[in-house]
Design a protein around this ligand. Structure first.
Ligand code: UD1
Ligand code: UDP
Length: 440
């Protein structure tokens, strides 16, 4: 079996690292294709070194550009590599342009696609990431889904539960593994000393790079005005290159950099960044990955967005959406800083993203699909049979698997009272309402 991983940006490298590592350990043939969307060493090369994964076999160097140009160049480069390498499955992760390009190309070549971190939805079609993740889900063969809530998004869109695999998020694997490594290597003193900041108490780690925040001057100004008032905090801001460019062009960079309690530093390596976030009192971010890491590391997060595709973090109580509104940011930050009980509740929020075995579950499932021939994508040979859409109330002990075999059917939705449930094969349906397709 040969597995091809396509990645292109910092978070994809971080979240695919545990899977790449697991594939290597099992001796499975693999290739890594980098699109070159991120190219600064602080956004790319350093992570291959820090996370101890092989450097990419291919880099198609697309660089920066408009979405159309960047995605088009990626598609051309990815197609050439996939035709040459003929992998059995292509893995894409998350919601970047690499995911869109990789999924579109692989599906047209009839190569199976595994979407890692599938099923997330912000329901905000103005976000390029929402378009990318939805398109990748439409074309995928295997879905590696972090939580039941995300799996329900896919069921609601009509996907068969058969290929939806709830695996947790590999960010937990990466976080646990690398925090330990960082501590063992004594990175703590070294890295924090490198930041050259005298007082490391009361840390607020800030990251932001979303187009809707940093490309819109009014929003960037509003966030900065809140930062000015948080002068009791040591704000450490490893700045994304996009943000540096736009803040400079708006004339806001120097104003922020001149604040004595704000320390703007270049993007940090993963080990250093994990140590920084784990030492933080508060995280202020618009990053997807950081919302997940905050709840994994028990640090309260305020998310500088109006919606999130990670609502589990909010429901669990570890994350609050504050948009870019100065007053809302300050009100919530003040509460976390001054109300110990409130902060403690946020810190103790249960992590919804699994226990750190997501990479193992993912590669187990790929090997299982391969053995069963389920990665062979070919034109159907059976003539389609008609089916009837039905509802039923179940009043006997019968599992999803038994019901489907007995009725030659596929269950779509299951309601336990007013709660929608994921139709796992071994779920006992007694007392539940189901909706299913019955084949003739
Ligand atoms: C991309 C992803 C976003 C992800 C983020 C992770 C898409 C649509 N966006 O956003 O989902 O959250 O990566 O960080 O795929 N730049 C550099 N050096 C680099 C990379 C970028 O200077 O190595 C600058 C360029 O000016 C570029 C800008 O950053 O135009 C934006 O980069 P781009 O890759 O288009 O989007 P991100 O904001 O990084
Ligand atoms: N990160 C890092 N160094 C930094 C800032 C972030 O290693 O200076 C890591 C962070 O731990 C997380 C990932 O980068 O795992 C998040 O990437 P980003 O915010 O760029 O993208 P998103 O997750 O929003 O797609």
């Amino acid at each position: 079996m040969k597995i091809a991983t396509i990645l292109g940006t910092r978070p994809e490298i971080i979240k695919m690292a545990p899977i790449i590592d697991e594939i290597s350990k099992r001796g499975i043939d693999q290739i890594i294709l980098h699109t070159g969307q991120h190219y600064d060493k602080e956004m790319s090369d350093n992570f291959f070194r820090d996370l101890e994964i092989p450097t990419p076999d291919y880099n198609i160097h697309v660089g920066s550009g408009t979405h159309g140009k960047q995605t088009g160049l990626m598609m051309k480069g990815i197609e050439e590599v996939l035709i040459e390498e003929k992998p059995d499955i292509v893995l894409v992760q998350g919601d970047t342009n690499a995911v869109l390009a990789g999924a579109l190309v692989a599906s047209k070549l009839h190569i199976a696609i595994g979407h890692v971190e599938a099923g997330l939805r912000s329901f905000d079609m103005t976000m390029p990431e929402e378009i990318n993740r939805r398109a990748a889900d439409v074309t995928s063969t295997m879905y590696f889904i972090p939580t039941e809530e995300s799996a329900l998004n896919l069921l609601a869109e009509g996907f068969s539960h058969k290929n939806l695999l709830i695996t947790g998020n590999t960010v937990v694997d990466a976080c646990f593994r690398h925090l330990e490594i960082a501590k063992k290597r004594g990175f703590e003193e070294e890295s924090l000393a490198e930041l050259d900041i005298e007082n490391m108490d009361n840390i607020l780690t800030l990251t932001m790079h979303r187009a809707e925040n940093v490309d819109v001057k009014e929003r960037a100004e509003s966030i900065i005005s809140a930062l000015k008032e948080l002068s009791d905090m040591n704000i450490i801001f490893p700045i994304h290159p996009r943000t540096r460019h736009t803040l400079e062009s708006f004339g806001l960079f120097d104003e922020l950099n001149d604040l004595p309690h704000v320390h703007i530093v270049k993007p940090l390596g993963y080990l250093d960044f994990l140590l920084l976030t784990s030492k933080s009192t508060l995280i202020l971010t618009d990053s997807g990955g950081l919302q997940e890491e905050a709840i994994t590391l028990n640090v309260p997060a305020l998310t500088l967005r109006y919606n999130t595709e990670r609502p589990e973090t909010v429901t669990a109580g570890g994350n609050i959406l504050v948009g870019s509104d100065k007053e809302v940011i300050l009100e919530n930050a003040t509460k976390i800083l001054n109300d110990e009980e409130f902060a403690d509740k946020m810190r103790n929020a249960e992590n919804p993203y699994g226990s750190g075995d997501s990479a193992k579950l993912t590669v187990d499932a790929i090997q299982d699909y391969y053995k069963k021939g389920l990665l062979d994508i070919k034109a159907p040979e059976d003539i389609m049979r008609s089916f009837t859409r039905k509802m039923a109330s179940v009043d006997e002990d019968i599992t999803v698997g038994e019901f489907e075999d007995g009725h030659n059917s596929l269950i779509h939705m299951v309601f336990d009272g007013d709660k929608m449930r994921f139709p796992a094969d071994d779920l006992n349906l007694n007392g539940m309402m189901i909706n299913y397709d019955e084949r003739e």
